[in-house]
Write a protein that binds this ligand. Sequence first.
Ligand code: GLC
Length: 423
Amino acid sequence: MAPQTAYDRAVDVLRQNDRGTYTVPTKGLYPFQWNWDSCLTALGQRHVDEARAWTEIETLFAHQWEDGMVPHIVFHVESDQYFPGPDVWGTNRPTIATSGITQPPVAGFAAKRIFDGATDRGLAEERARCLLPKIDAWHKWFFANRDPHGEGLVAILHPWESGRDNSIDWDAALDRVPTEGVGEYTRRDTQHADPAHRPTKAQYDRYLWLVQRFRGLDWDCSKLHDASPFQVVDPGFNAILIRSCTDLADLAEALGETAIAADNRARAKKGLAAMEGLWSEPHGQYLCRDRTINALIDSASIGGILAAFAAIPAERGRAIARTIERLSQSVTFSVPSHDPTDSRFDAPRYWRGPVWLVTNYMIADGMAAAGETVVAQLIVDSSLELIEKSGFAEYYDPISGAPCGGGDFTWTAAMVIEFLTAS
Ligand code: GLC
């Protein structure tokens, strides 16, 4: 029998993790539906089954909160494999439990990409038309609840919202989060994956303190921002939101929804202008800002590179391309999630050094849009070399290329399908 192609193996991973109307990130470690995982997974699914791709995003939005928030986890099934589960979150949802925080809003971007490439135009129009107001309500929620002073940029209130859970970006801000009263708990992640690849106990205590704080406010999203000792403006997260606003505006225009188009265009314009305040000339990339002390965070992570996913000014895109080239000199595989020349860089530890194919996908997209095709290709080549060498891992050591975290990982497979089918 001929060996399976990378494409076929990726499709197999999506099938294995498909639970009918949603896809788990991987078996064991993550047994539920995750927000940005699902939206990015739908991009891979569309090449196999367009209707199934729309369903993936729709299932997520079926659990959108009344105020517009879209939770980072939907606990479709009972499982003691994951901590913290629904009892810890205590969000009191009417039917299926969800977490109470959100994740990077890639839905607007994903919906547009699926719509644009759809072969079944009638289906795409129908499904996109239903999703449009829901995604718009999420965007509106962000600016109402996470940008109370109208800066144009939103804050994350928990490191898990960033999708880059234990990034060095959060260290100093997280240090200011107390741990009193957190109590005893048993982690599950370190039973599924190597503890040396995972966040530390000190970080976990603070993750849980924040959850308990928000739960103490009955998950009233209008109160959480001001009550949180952790408020960080992440350029990667904001770039994703800005990109999704622009893409949703395009989609709304195509569907004749002019009011949604105008609102999202305005959000994107204001956000892009405000991003300038996060630029760091010495680092050649954007940085996070700690809103509680109103200061930039000196941490050259992938968050400030991911910013290229939005339509940033041409000179910023060029500078980021040069930064990626510089980073690639210190690693075998690009793009590391943190600058390897920083003493805090940790090659196998989650978001403190490893390469992730989802961030690679969005950065490569931004580089291609900026006309930096050589850098974009470098990122695609690294991604495909990694899966040939180490399979569909959750993430990879950027120096050795070793697979890290969970295996047979859904969004890694989805990104591979996207890379392989790009024309
Ligand atoms: C980890 C990642 C996060 C992802 C989740 C499920 O928490 O940091 O970005 O959504 O796993 O794959």
